[in-house]
Design a protein around this ligand. Structure first.
Ligand code: ACM
Ligand code: ZN
Length: 673
């Protein structure tokens, strides 16, 4: 039932108009006015096609078999497709005017008629359309979803299923992460080893492969895991997506995340040895030939104006010792390896431009210099968006904190193991992409995107569980904009959609079962150290600073997200060493801090934990010391580490040291009773 949740918000006396909210539409149209009655789709009707374009097949699915086709004046009931006149904000704009005996669909272009059809499909219930007027256009021209098919490989049928679902929410870009260390996924005719070797690995699970030997094997080797898409399959996929209003944007990683290429073609790395490097050698002219040849085949298959070249997380470890890289640095008059990255990306930008395409890359492409005219996909910091815009680049916003769907969407103990932090639907929805930007800067924001990295996602069902409903929040903000946020209303509609998706066999996370954040997050702690000053003998990390020096004694306990501003992260030296000053010498019977372990991002419990007390802040007496090896756990956990007894003291020192895995230590509060 699509319209089962129509709420009458207000009825205007004496008018046929009743203002309602159509709870079922997602994304919500920019403007909708509901009226009484409905149009019966089973009644024979006359068709007036004045669209001037070839209307999409999806529209004929809503209005099959007219009794007659006429350009003459309308005889009711009729359905008219009209070209939208006047100033139109987007080719995707459309207007619907649905009355009891007529439907007028107006749009400026075929894609606008397709968007109209997608709304009509959501409005349709039991062969009826509710009477209403819809005026609609997207807030952003890029409304994207990224699927990582390298870390785990998914078949074309999976991609088509996602295209069907994503299109119904008016998403219009499917970014395919086609290459990475875990496997190359696109047939490149000129370089067969990319798919008969670099697409296959020893372990089916990314995690065991990554923690094991990270080896590739020849296609056909018994037990080999992997796969790739042929160019023919990809062309068909491009056509399938285009019919549904989605452009596929291919991503070919460079200069980093390329271990698989360098195992197949080691001459493209600095040392020419397989299994040694993740980065191409930017000093080697052969690398440019290789990348250009690959991109020529990519452009031949994918008509997308935008071609993604990755550009993220280059370690550049081998570049400074490589004679070819050093020679290029000399030619460029620099001693910074970062400039080689800029050189390579700029080169590729020029190459793509010379073929009428545009380069898009992760935000590292602006770290040291700008590939002008490029589009920057921001995944780290909003400030990088401002920097890119200041240098005349467009941006697509996709920050990890809001848009990375490899994190837990519910309490981790209730969920399959995930890579990232806690990112529930509400948090995705709360993202305000334009906040803090000037109107001028906002114009350079082309859109938003949700990313499904697949390191911990081996199956199609698991991928769907992670993608839906969170991608619906991206669809909503991408189309409807971000001015009228109402999470309760959105959640209702998302719940309805997850039911609809599940009925179609898409394994969306069941929002009805959502448990939410840690209960402690909602219960501030009242204890003796509340507001006490804390001396940091080792500093907290500036990226995970919580609320600064108040964090450990503000009474606020962290949630499942270690980046929620209540946790402090320690990575320097022996990690955690603080002294809490209670202000006066007093009785204490219990001291503990909460420590989180979440192994994906290398946050571990300590191997050694010590509590000491002092009256003068100088001379400390150890009252508690424990040591035990750190054991990896599949799911994030929070545990109390502390001491119980009878003491009098003013100063309490807490120390936590890492075990064999090193990594971070994260603490939210020091509680003293
Ligand atoms: C990224 O997450 N490295 C783009
Ligand atoms: Zn080199």
């Amino acid at each position: 039932m699509n319209i089962q949740r129509i709420l009458v918000a207000c009825a205007i006396m004496g008018s046929a108009f009743v203002k309602m909210e159509a709870q079922s539409l997602l994304p919500r149209p920019r403007s909708i006015e509901m009226m009484k009655g409905s149009y019966d789709l089973q009644t024979p009707y006359r068709l007036l096609d004045e669209s001037g374009v070839q209307v999409p097949a999806a529209l004929w699915e809503i209005f099959p078999s007219p009794s007659s086709v006429s350009a003459a004046k309308s005889v009711k009931p009729y359905v008219a497709f009209r070209k939208m006149n006047g100033a139109v904000s987007s080719p995707e704009a459309y207007r619907l005017n649905i009355c009891k005996d007529s439907v007028v669909v107006s749009a400026p272009s075929a894609i606008g008629f397709l968007r109209a059809a997608q709304t009509l499909a959501q409005l349709r219930t039991n062969h009826k359309l509710p009477c209403c007027v819809v005026e609609d256009a997207p807030a952003f021209s890029w409304r994207g979803a990224m699927l990582d098919v390298s870390r785990h490989f998914f078949p074309v049928s999976y991609l088509k299923r996602q295209i069907d679902a994503l299109a119904s929410y008016k998403l219009n870009r499917l970014h395919l992460h086609l290459t990475d260390a875990a496997g190359w996924r696109m047939e490149i005719k000129r370089y067969p080893r990319l798919t008969n070797f670099a697409a296959w690995r020893t372990d089916s699970l990314w995690k065991s492969w990554w923690q094991g030997g990270r080896r590739y094997v020849a296609e056909g080797t018994p037990g080999a895991y992997g796969g790739y898409y042929t160019q023919q399959e990809l062309r068909e996929l491009v056509r399938y997506a285009e019919e549904r209003g989605i452009t596929i944007v291919p991503e070919i990683e460079m200069p980093a995340h390329s271990e698989e290429v360098l195992a197949a073609y080691p001459e493209l790395s600095c040392t020419h040895e397989p299994y040694k490097q993740a980065d191409f050698c930017p000093g080697n002219i052969g690398v440019y030939d290789f990348l250009e040849n690959v991109l020529l085949e990519v452009m031949d298959v994918f008509p997308s104006e935008y071609i993604h070249v990755g550009g993220d997380e280059a370690a550049r470890a081998s570049w400074s010792a490589c004679p070819l890289c050093r020679r290029l640095m000399q030619e460029l008059g620099t001693d910074k390896t970062e400039d080689l990255q800029t050189y390579l990306i700029r080169h590729m930008g020029k190459f793509l431009r010379s073929h009428g395409r545009r380069l898009v890359g992760w935000d590292e492409i602006i770290d040291e210099g700008l590939a002008q005219g490029s589009t920057v996909m921001v995944w780290r910091d909003k400030e990088l968006a401002r920097k890119a815009i200041a240098h005349d680049c467009d941006v697509i916003l996709s920050p990890g904190k809001f848009c990375y769907f490899d994190g837990y969407q519910d309490a981790p103990p209730s969920q399959p193991e995930a890579m990232g932090a806690y990112l529930p639907l509400e948090r995705v929805y709360s993202y305000a992409p334009l906040q803090g930007l000037t109107p001028e800067e906002c114009r350079r924001v082309k859109g938003v995107q949700g990313n499904l990295w697949a390191e911990y996602i081996p199956t199609e069902q698991h991928a769907e569980h992670m993608l839906y409903p969170r991608i619906l929040a991206i669809a909503e903000m991408g189309w409807n904009g971000t001015e009228q946020k109402n999470y309760a209303d959105f959640r209702q509609r998302a719940m309805h959609e997850t039911d609809r998706l599940r009925a179609k066999g898409i394994m969306a996370f069941d929002l009805r079962k959502e448990q939410g954040n840690r209960s402690e997050y909602f219960r501030p702690a009242r204890h003796k150290a509340l507001g006490a000053s804390v001396k940091y003998l080792l500093p907290y990390n500036s990226h995970y600073c919580g609320a600064g020096e108040a964090t450990l004694t503000d009474g606020l306990r962290g949630g499942w997200d270690f980046g929620d501003g209540r946790w402090q992260g320690f990575i320097r030296g022996k990690r955690f060493d603080v002294v809490v000053d209670l202000g006066t010498r007093q009785k204490i019977s219990r001291v503990h801090c909460n420590i989180m372990q979440t192994c994906g991002p290398e946050i571990f419990f300590p191997a050694r934990f010590v509590v000491s007390v002092s009256d003068d802040g100088e001379n400390f007496r150890v009252v508690h010391e424990e040591a035990s090896p750190v054991v990896r756990t599949a799911s994030p956990e929070v545990r109390k580490w502390g001491w119980q007894g009878r003491e009098r003291a003013r100063y309490i020192r807490l120390q936590a040291e890492p075990g064999e895995f090193g990594g971070w230590i994260f603490v939210d509060e020091v509680e003293v009773y």
